[in-house]
Structure formats: C-alpha cells, structure tokens
Design a protein around this ligand. Structure first.
Ligand SMILES: *[C@@H]1O[C@H](CO)[C@@H](O)[C@H](O)[C@H]1NC(C)=O
Ligand SMILES: *[C@@H]1O[C@H](CO)[C@@H](O)[C@H](O)[C@H]1NC(C)=O
Length: 324
C-alpha cells in the first residue's frame, strides 16, 4: 500500500519533469509563451486595450488611479510590456502602474507605412494618454533605452502632464564615448544598412547577450524561444531601427533635454555595452538637478541585470517627489 502511494506521486513528478525538459529543448517558445501568460496573472497585472481612431494600444495595468500619481512605463526597442514584469512585482500594490506596448511593438497596432521617429512615437503615446484619461493628473513617466528617449522628449513637449521622470540608459544622446555597437550603428545608418537587426536566431542571441552583464540570466533555450516569435516581425523592426537612428531622432533627447524641468532621475549600468554610461554625464549637465545613479555590475537591460536595485530607485524617487 505504502509503496504504491509513494510511487504514484514520484511517477507523476517524473512525468512532469520529463515533459518540461522535452518542451524546454524542443519547443522553448511554448514555454516562454506560457510564462508570459501566467506571470502577469500571478502578480495581479491585467491586459487592457484602448482604441484611438482604429489604432489599438495594448497595455498592462495594475491598481487604480488614486492619491499617488500613476506610473507609465515605456519599454525599449524590440521588447514589449513584459520587460517590466519583474519590476512591477517589486512596486507597492497601491500605486497605479501602466506598461504600454510601444507603437508597432507587442500587441499594439503595427501599421504598414507608420513612422517611428521620436516625435512620431511621442504623438502616439500622447493619443494613448488622452484616450485612457491618464493625464487627468500628472503622472510619473519611466522609459528605458528607446522608451527613455521617447519619455524625455514627451516630457519636453507635454510638461504639464508629467510630475517626474525616470530615464534608464536612454537613446537619443551624443555619447561622449560611443560603445562598439553604437559606432557600428552610426557607420551603417548613413547607408540605411540594417545588418545590425538580427535576421536569425544566432544573431539574436548574440545581440541580446550584449545587453546583459549576467548573460547566464538569459539561458540559450529561452532566447531561442524569444527570437522564434521575434523574427517574423523583422520588417517592422528594421523600419523602427532606421527611424530611431534617423537624422531626426539620433540626438532628439539631447536637443530637447533643456526643456525638461520636472524632477528627473537617471539610472545607468556601468557595464552597459550598448549605450555607454558616459551618456549619464550629458543628462546631468542638460537637466537641472537631475539625480544620477550608476549601477555596478549592470548592463543595458537593467530590469534583468538589477531588478531589485532599479525597482528600489524608482519607488524611492516616486515617493520622494509625489508626496502631495
Ligand atoms: C512617414 O514618413 C514619410 C517620409 O517622411 C512620409 O512620406 C509618410 O507620409 C509618413 N507616414 C505617416 C503615416 O506619417
Ligand atoms: C526636439 O528635437 C528634435 C530633433 O532634434 C527637433 O527637431 C525638435 O524641434 C525638438 N523639439 C522641440 C519641441 O524643440
């Protein structure tokens, strides 16, 4: 009797483990999709949609607008609203948090013929903010990389809508020191060369790992799964890449930063191999009283390399500037 009881659960666990390993090695994208479906539910995040003239925005939302300002989070190029899931998990539950799929990314509409320069993206984000009523009260705007550039220029254009701004290693600056990858971007962009946009899984994995200090945080199988779902949208990613490094956008944050007057914090990983940490000096000089935080052992994908530290900095900044 005892031995049967003991054996059955063990067999069952063994069966689960083997199934997991088979999926992990043969069908990693399914595992990733399952994680992306389940994790938001576990941490109490809801998927929402908003429409503006037939254009659909998709976003995560947790909590309701309340006394504390809402937080709007803008992800980086090639990612989607999932980028922030780890951070949301560390944010207090009473704060209303919104993570948007940036124009063309994730489940937000991707229109053929749409442009993705900084200002085109700012205009789209503003439509989103208007149609969801997020700007009924000034909100805390957070952006990383491409999303940081858009967040900064947004604040310069709509200063009354933003109460404070967090810029995580943003694009859009003339970095005193260019990373190797930025040197290649600058060389290629003149010829509209998109060879830096991954066109197969191997290139994707190499590019992704460049963003991390702890590359073991992104196991190869999961990255494979990530790029299986990423590569079909390659035409969009090429267009978006060309637009964010176009003449109009390349230094758009730098050109607009003097108009940013709200309290601003800048967070940058010292081991950022995509956008050199020297960009933080540019923002320190250009934005009055900006708080600068440089993170040790942290690359470009801060939410993966330093999830706790970045969340802590965001929360401390939020509470210190939004008390009343
Ligand atoms: C995108 O930019 C091109 C070139 O500047 C322009 O001709 C086109 O009308 C723009 N498309 C949209 C949807 O704004
Ligand atoms: C922001 O920067 C862009 C790109 O340099 C520039 O064309 C634009 O005029 C600036 N926007 C404002 C409102 O100054």
């Amino acid at each position: 009797m005892d031995s049967i009881l003991l054996k059955t659960p063990l067999t069952f666990i063994g069966f689960l483990l083997i199934t997991f390993l088979i999926i992990y090695f043969l069908w990693p994208e399914a595992l990733l999709r399952f994680g992306r479906w389940a994790f938001p539910k576990i941490i109490g995040v809801q998927v929402r949609y908003a429409e503006h003239n037939g254009y659909r925005f998709c976003y995560y939302s947790r909590g309701k607008p309340g006394l504390q300002p809402s937080i709007l989070m803008l992800h980086g190029y090639g990612f989607d609203k999932d980028s922030w899931l780890i951070n949301i998990n560390f944010l207090p539950k009473n704060i209303h948090v919104v993570c948007l799929d940036m124009p063309g990314h994730g489940e937000t509409t991707c229109l053929p013929g749409e442009n993705y320069t900084t200002f085109d993206q700012v205009k789209r984000i503003h439509q989103f903010v208007e149609c969801t009523g997020l700007n009924r009260k000034p909100f805390h705007l957070v952006g990383i990389s491409m999303g940081g550039m858009v967040a900064g220029v947004y604040t310069a254009h709509y200063p009354s809508e933003v109460c404070c701004l967090s810029l995580l290693c943003p694009t859009g600056l003339n970095y005193p020191k260019d990373s190797d990858i930025m040197k290649r971007v600058k060389k290629n962009r003149k010829n509209h060369d998109v060879s830096l946009v991954p066109s197969n899984i191997q290139e994707g994995i190499e590019m992704f790992r460049l963003g991390l200090y702890y590359s073991c945080m992104a196991p190869k199988q999961l990255l494979k799964g990530f790029f299986v779902d990423w590569l079909p949208d390659n035409n969009f990613f090429r267009k978006c890449y060309l637009d964010i490094f176009s003449d109009e956008s390349l230094y758009s944050l730098q050109d607009n930063m003097s108009k940013i007057r709200v309290p601003t914090q800048v967070i940058w990983g010292k081991d950022d191999k995509m956008l050199d940490v020297s960009g933080a000096e540019v923002l320190a000089k250009g934005i009055p009283h900006a708080q600068i935080h440089l993170l040790e052992k942290c690359g470009h994908f801060q939410p993966v390399d330093s999830p706790l530290k970045t969340s802590q900095l965001l929360v401390d900044f939020h509470t210190s500037y939004t008390k009343n």
